[in-house]
Ligand binder design. Structure first.
Ligand code: ARG
Length: 457
């Protein structure tokens, strides 16, 4: 059959070329946005007198019927159509005859596809933000539950200073809060309407682009028609937001995987969020966390794919741009799936506070506090640091911990040590003393929790 766009050519293409060219098998998911966009376009054409009002009404109700039929499984996509835009227009024309052919006045598939993808991704952005917010709430609840559970804080994956599990979890809540902010910021730039840019140069018809934009919930219009049809920055930006979000989830996953190991045993995931091994009966594997970590690579790949596709494209529309969809759809599906499984996994995760505490008691993570003790007694920090280091070396040699050296042993290193040093190096004291803003002190963590709760509303 000749193509709808048959013009200078007869519109006859090889089957292999058709298959290669067509995008309906992945862009059909934008059917709703395509139809809503067309309804607004028909309304604008009617209002401006470009078509008759009665024709606009016929088009709009025809489009509404198609939407209904698709949603009620009464109409299947025709996979022989090149893309979703052609399918809807063809179906409309089949149903309405010549009036259907009027819909495509004063627009082009170039601005139509740019419109559809913006509308589609706007919805996806909102869904993803909802998911992140839900995860933030669960992470924050967990942090509240464990705000006084002491664990070692690490740098270089070496035990560094005592912190609370609540404090550690709140670090992730902060990252996720920034993710929400990043998506919202990106959404602002995405939410401008390209429709009316037409093929690239605008149109001779007296259109009302603002009317269409407003009808479709946009904040304004793309101000340059060439940019309107060429711009895919918002897709790249959204992919970047998703890549950063996945980077956060991947770091979190990595810690959950480590913490679940026998070497750490800091957390226990609910059985239903783990898997067993087909051969080793003792195994309880954190597959969900591993997959989130693994799928991060996939989302990065989607971002790199689109950046590379767009690099070097001349203005305005090029068919290369059709490649944006599979990348962004894959990333959206992946991110939503990851968030959907990650949130209940965190919500049901239990901390092994005994093991955390035990680990905190090893590794001399109160050595800084010991040095600070001497500083408060008048010693310069560098000298205090040295003495504390020497005491740690002694402990390592004698297989002891700082808490069980005697006062006379301490006094061999400095006369400034008194009985009150033991209170100072007690892990709970170490945590409670860290009252600086953002620190691990319980009050400070409570402040962080309140801040996030208020921002996440
Ligand atoms: N399926 C195309 C895409 O996704 C729609 C736009 C086609 N425009 C054109 N002039 N061939 O990019």
């Amino acid at each position: 059959m000749a193509k709808m766009w048959a013009g200078v050519t007869a519109g006859q293409t090889e089957k292999i070329a058709d298959d290669f060219n067509s995008s309906i098998h992945f862009d059909s998911r934008m059917y709703k946005q395509d139809i809503l966009g067309s309804m607004a376009h028909a309304a604008m054409l009617g209002k401006q007198g470009i078509i008759l009002n009665s024709e606009a009404e016929t088009l709009i109700s025809g489009l509404a019927d198609i939407l209904d039929d698709i949603e009620n499984d009464k109409l299947q996509f025709d996979m022989d159509c090149e893309d979703i835009h052609m399918f809807i227009e063809q179906e409309l024309t089949n149903r309405l005859g010549d009036i259907g052919k009027k819909l495509h006045t004063a627009r082009s598939r170039n601005d139509q596809v740019a419109l559809d993808i913006r509308m589609y991704l706007r919805d996806e952005t909102d869904t993803i933000i909802d998911y992140i917010r839900k995860l933030i709430a669960s992470v924050t609840d967990k942090a509240e539950e464990y705000k006084d559970s002491i664990m070692p804080g690490y740098t270089h994956l070496q035990r560094a200073q005592p912190i609370t599990f609540g404090h550690h979890l709140m670090a992730y809540a902060m990252m996720l809060l920034r993710d929400v902010d990043r998506f919202l910021d990106m959404r602002r730039r995405m939410n401008l309407s390209p429709i009316g840019s037409c093929a690239l140069a605008g149109t001779t018809y007296e259109t009302d682009r603002e009317f269409e934009a407003e009808k479709l919930g946009f904040d304004g219009i793309c101000k340059n028609s060439i940019d309107g049809v060429s711009d895919r920055d918002f897709v790249v930006e959204m992919l970047s937001c998703m890549a950063i979000l996945m980077m956060h989830l991947s770091r979190f996953s990595e810690e959950i995987i480590l913490w679940s190991s026998w070497e750490f045993k800091f957390v226990e995931l609910l059985d239903s969020f783990t898997t067993g091994s087909s051969i080793m009966p003792q195994k309880k594997n954190p597959d969900m966390a591993e997959l989130v970590r693994g799928k991060t690579g996939r989302v990065y790949g989607d971002l790199m794919a689109l950046l590379t596709t767009l690099k070097g494209l001349p203005l305005a529309y090029n068919k290369d741009m059709q490649e944006d969809k599979e990348a962004i759809f894959d990333a959206c599906d992946t991110v939503k799936m990851c968030l959907a499984v990650f949130e209940p996994m965190i919500k049901t995760m239990k901390a092994n506070t005994v093991n955390m505490k035990k680990a905190a008691q090893k590794g001399f993570i109160n050595a800084t506090d010991l040095a600070d003790y001497l500083v408060k007694k008048g010693l310069p920090f560098r000298s205090a640091y040295k003495i504390s280091g020497q005491l740690v070396a002694k402990c390592i040699k004698e297989d002891k911990v700082l808490e069980n050296l005697t006062l006379s042993e301490y006094k061999e290193f400095s006369e400034l040590f008194e009985e009150d040093l033991y209170k100072e190096i007690d892990l709970l004291t170490c945590v409670e003393k860290r009252i600086s803003k953002g620190g691990t002190g319980i009050k400070s963590v409570e402040e962080q929790i309140n801040y996030v709760k208020q921002k996440n509303n």
